[in-house]
Design a protein. Structure first.
Length: 227
């Protein structure tokens, strides 16, 4: 998770590193578009092991040799996913069968068995981050990443349901990756409270960005947040 983890660090340091840079990326005030799985389902990303992978831990992942394994609250073998509960951030995700999932005190992590697809989900406090709301966070993060890594191309936009999508192209590969990455952020603000939100990040190989954004649509559609 090194690449996506560093890119998705929560805290003011993300923005302080880009102090003095032009941080805003144009984001349309109105948008009717939405994420679309394009006919794909979790079955297209799953390994059908009846959820056995979620009982395993991975000593390579940050958190020591035995990081906490996220709690599985349901298995749907026919549809190819498990519902995974990240207790610390009060978020439940549907994750493809054959993946692994862990959590710590501030985030949930999921990844495919070959680690080519990796996701992180966080709670975001916009006051703590030094921004006024979700739109400001999305545009500021896009600008700050581009300022820190000039080769990265970022685009932020508001979706029709009020969430925000940021796409980072040419993201650097981490150890073990065969190619550059594309990283997708979906930021969901809390209804009725502009000061907090949940950030879902999915990183995939650049050559599979088309499949990756379709998986992102599935993850977003099946995410349950306990505000």
């Amino acid at each position: 998770m090194e690449s996506e983890g560093k890119q998705n660090e929560s805290g003011r340091r993300l923005f302080l590193l880009a102090a003095g840079a032009a941080l805003c990326v144009a984001s349309p005030a109105r948008a009717s578009d939405k994420l679309d799985a394009g006919g794909l389902t979790f079955r297209d990303f799953a390994t059908f092991d009846n959820g056995a992978s979620f009982a395993r831990s991975d000593p390579i992942i940050a958190g020591g040799p035995s990081p906490p394994v996220a709690r599985v609250v349901g298995i749907d073998s026919a549809k190819g996913f498990a519902r995974v509960r990240f207790e610390q951030i009060r978020v439940t995700l549907a994750v493809p069968l054959g993946w692994l999932a862990t959590e710590d005190w501030e985030r949930g992590v999921g990844y495919s068995s070959d680690k080519r697809y990796r996701l992180v989900v966080w709670r975001v406090d916009f006051d703590y981050e030094g921004v006024k709301d979700a739109e400001h966070y999305a545009s500021t993060k896009a600008g700050s990443i581009q300022a820190r890594r000039p080769g990265v191309k970022a685009q932020a936009r508001k979706l029709g349901d009020g969430t925000f999508l940021v796409v980072f192209e040419n993201a650097p590969k981490a150890q073990g990756d065969a190619e550059q990455r594309v990283v997708f952020d979906v930021l969901t603000p809390q209804p009725g409270n502009s000061k907090v939100g949940v950030l879902l990040t999915l990183g995939v190989p650049a050559s599979e960005s088309g499949r990756g954004i379709k998986l992102l649509a599935l993850l977003k559609e099946n995410m349950k947040i306990d505000w």
